[in-house]
Write a protein of this length. Structure first.
Length: 349
């Protein structure tokens, strides 16, 4: 086939990184080459389309990246729709770089931009749902979540042994933004004694009652997992690191663990320590589950473009990879299934 007739797919990774991004990139390149497309890597999320920073992706570029965390393309939280000028640059560069199609890998922000570019500007884009937070509506699971849960579960296991030795309460603050998926699933897996999520505000008295009940039956140590977006019942504001907002208007959550730990110690007298897992939850090699999910998503994204089904997002439904229109994804945050929270609550105290 003559070079000029080869269609080109641009691929970018936006928002917070997570394990499994490279698995998707590799799968996109491998599947696209089999279908005779060329693939152009766009650097640092949407910023790469504003600043025209790209690199061709070949078999060699994606060789050996499957087990690597992070993203070989780089990422950023750039919002290209914040200014008309940046939006024009993005659209101009898509034309200039002769990108026939786009694959945008990201969470609600990156995919929100993809949705608007598809619906308002006719950009032929397919989204791939990524985030450790697992809060993207329209898919049963985002890749990256399983790895984060594994990391937190291991941390809880480790905290158990030191908590027991010292007869302490260990408060573990985890990420997840405004949903408690990481907290609930890792808390269940690690046998936490109390799990605090944005979905279930509780008073400090309720939390302390759970720990005192456990103490009364002779278990003199406890593990409390708290999601960064948890609010004590009645509290007016989320606990944030500072007053600043990111380009998509998000606050920087963090610090609730310390507050909960101080309050527990004050109300119960139990010695309490706090661990903030932070970005460790996003680092390192993806689990086999995330490698496979990312690979299946990448393959499907290319096939959707090939079949003319752009303006969509790949999705997991049960065990099957499928897709939904971007306008039906991310209309709201996907909150933790109440059944999971109910199950976790049976093991409190
Ligand atoms: O969305 C992923 C996430 O890790 C959230 O859980 C967390 O609140 C946020 O990103 C942290 O963002 P940053 O990496 O910009 O500090």
């Amino acid at each position: 086939m003559a070079k000029h007739s080869v269609k080109s797919i641009g691929i970018l990774t936006g928002g917070g990184d997570c394990p499994g991004l490279n698995a998707v990139i590799r799968a996109v390149v491998r599947r696209a080459l089999l279908l005779d497309y060329e693939v152009i890597g766009i650097k640092n999320g949407w910023q790469g389309l504003i600043k025209e920073m790209t690199e061709p992706l070949t078999l060699l570029s994606v060789s050996g990246i499957l087990p690597r965390g992070g993203t070989i393309l780089g990422t950023s939280r750039t919002n290209p729709l914040k200014s008309e000028e940046d939006k024009k640059k993005v659209l101009g560069n898509i034309r200039k770089l002769k990108l026939d199609y786009l694959i945008a890998i990201g969470g609600e922000d990156t995919l929100g931009v993809a949705r608007r570019l598809a619906l308002e500007e006719g950009v032929k884009v397919v989204g791939v749902p990524k985030t450790i937070d697992n809060d993207v509506e329209g898919t049963d699971q985002t890749f990256g979540f399983d790895t984060a849960v594994s990391i937190v579960t291991e941390a809880i296991d480790r905290l158990h042994t030191t908590a027991e030795s010292h007869q302490r309460v260990m408060v573990v603050e985890v990420m997840g933004r405004h949903t408690g998926w990481i907290a609930v699933v890792s808390g269940l897996a690690g046998g936490a004694d109390c799990i605090l999520t944005p979905e279930r505000p509780m008073t400090i008295q309720e939390i302390c009652r759970i720990l005192e009940k456990r103490h009364a039956r002779g278990r003199l140590f406890s593990i409390v997992v708290v999601a960064e977006g948890f609010q004590l019942a009645g509290a007016e504001d989320l606990v944030t690191k500072d007053q600043s907002l990111d380009p998509f208007g998000h606050v920087h959550l963090g610090g609730i663990g310390e507050i909960i730990a101080q309050q527990i110690e004050k109300h119960t007298g139990f010695e309490t320590r706090v661990t903030v897992l932070g970005h460790i939850q996003r680092g390192g090699s993806p689990t086999s589950f995330d490698r496979v999910l990312g690979t299946r998503y990448g393959v499907k994204a290319v096939e959707l473009l090939h079949e003319g089904k752009w303006g969509t997002m790949v999705a997991l439904r049960g065990n099957k990879i499928t897709y939904i229109p971007l306008e039906r994804a991310m209309r709201k945050l996907k909150h933790v299934d109440p059944e999971l929270i109910r199950t976790a609550e049976m093991f409190y105290g």
